[in-house]
Design a protein around this ligand. Structure first.
Ligand code: PEP
Ligand code: MN
Length: 339
């Protein structure tokens, strides 16, 4: 259920509603919109309609409504105007399309510095790079781990870009959060519920990637795990799913973008690098993603993709990335956004 407060409800009235909701054994999440505040009540659903309906007569309350979708806090109903998530001073979910660029993996100081300069110069807003890499084979390069985090942070700070990097294991959360402005949950951990819960208890934004076999309702329930623990700063990333098609690494599901925007208030970005696995397809699919309403893009960029230790075939050179960024501006403008 959600308790919709009147537009000018005061703090004391909101606090009173929270107290009453909690006394009924629900958790109350206060969601402050531009026009009005909503108190989302989550907990055991049996009989909640009866026990909360009487709040309609409480001071400051406009109405009490059921949230029909199972993802109560992620549902668009609780924040119709959409959420904005700020990462190191960069806002995601506003008018501006936010681009995160950088290598698949941090490989060396020279490589990550080259990538940072290239993405900054081309106009990216955030720097990405993996220090902990989820690889299909245990014999493949697994990432530089803590040393990679330091190299990534140093290069990104020098370029003046906030940092996003993957968290694979809950035991590394504190360390990764020390070096990064946003923690990424990769496709392979999209339904690692204990990791998601732990990320719900930190004060850093989370970039949640869709699992390769995750339906959109399951994707939103995964986000709900983070939100329900108290972290409101979640950005969703469509990165392609497994289908029968083998011509591309994954099938980039751009249907997901407008559908997610209808179902949830959370910002949605697209990763055409993993979504296609083919560098020459990254720019056209990035443009298509923005045309479809994405709030941002995640693009893999390597100073020398041919020498990359992971995902070489899909990483853009600095020149191709600059080309993509130049092509993006007019598309963003055509759909009422800016770069
Ligand atoms: C990545 O972004 O580096 C990555 C491993 O992506 P995904 O989890 O989408 O495969
Ligand atoms: Mn990669």
């Amino acid at each position: 259920m959600i308790v919709v407060m009147r537009p000018r409800a005061g703090e004391a009235e909101i606090a009173n509603v929270v107290r009453m909701v909690e006394a009924l054994d629900y958790r109350a999440h206060v969601i402050r919109g531009v026009e009005r505040t909503v108190v989302a009540c989550v907990g055991d659903e049996r009989g909640e309609g009866h026990s909360l309906a009487h709040l309609e007569s409480v001071a400051g309350v406009e109405r009490v409504m059921p949230v029909l979708r199972p993802y109560k806090l992620a549902s668009r109903e609780v924040r119709p105007e959409g959420s904005r998530v700020t990462v190191g001073g960069v806002e995601i979910g506003g008018r501006r399309i936010v681009v995160m660029g950088g290598p698949c993996a941090v490989e060396s100081a020279a490589q990550v510095e080259g990538a940072a300069d290239a993405v900054k110069r081309a106009g990216a807003h955030l720097m990405r790079g993996g220090a902990y890499k989820p690889r299909t084979s245990p014999y493949s390069f697994q990432g530089m781990e803590d040393r990679g985090l330091t190299l990534l942070e140093t290069a990104a700070r020098r370029a003046g870009l906030p940092v996003v990097t993957e968290i694979m294991d809950a035991q590394d959360i504190d360390l990764v959060a020390e070096h990064a402005d946003m923690l990424q949950v990769g496709a392979r951990n999209a339904q690692n519920f204990s990791l998601l819960r732990r990320l719900g208890r930190i004060r850093k934004p989370v970039l949640l990637k869709r699992g390769m076999a995750t339906r959109l309702d399951e994707f939103l329930m995964a986000a709900e795990y983070i939100l329900s623990e108290g972290n409101p700063d979640v950005v969703l990333c469509e990165r392609g799913i497994r289908t029968f098609e083998t011509a591309t690494r994954n099938t980039l599901d751009l249907n997901a973008v407008p559908l997610l925007k209808q179902w949830t208030h959370l910002p949605v970005i697209v990763d055409p690098s993993h979504g296609t696995g083919v560098w020459s397809l990254v720019e056209p699919m990035a443009l298509a993603a923005v045309a479809a309403g994405a709030d941002g893009l995640l693009i893999e960029v390597h100073p020398d993709p041919a020498a990359a230790l992971s995902d070489g075939p899909q990483q853009l050179t600095p020149a191709s990335f600059a080309h993509l960024m130049a092509a993006l501006g007019p598309v963003a403008e055509a759909v009422g956004r800016s770069l």
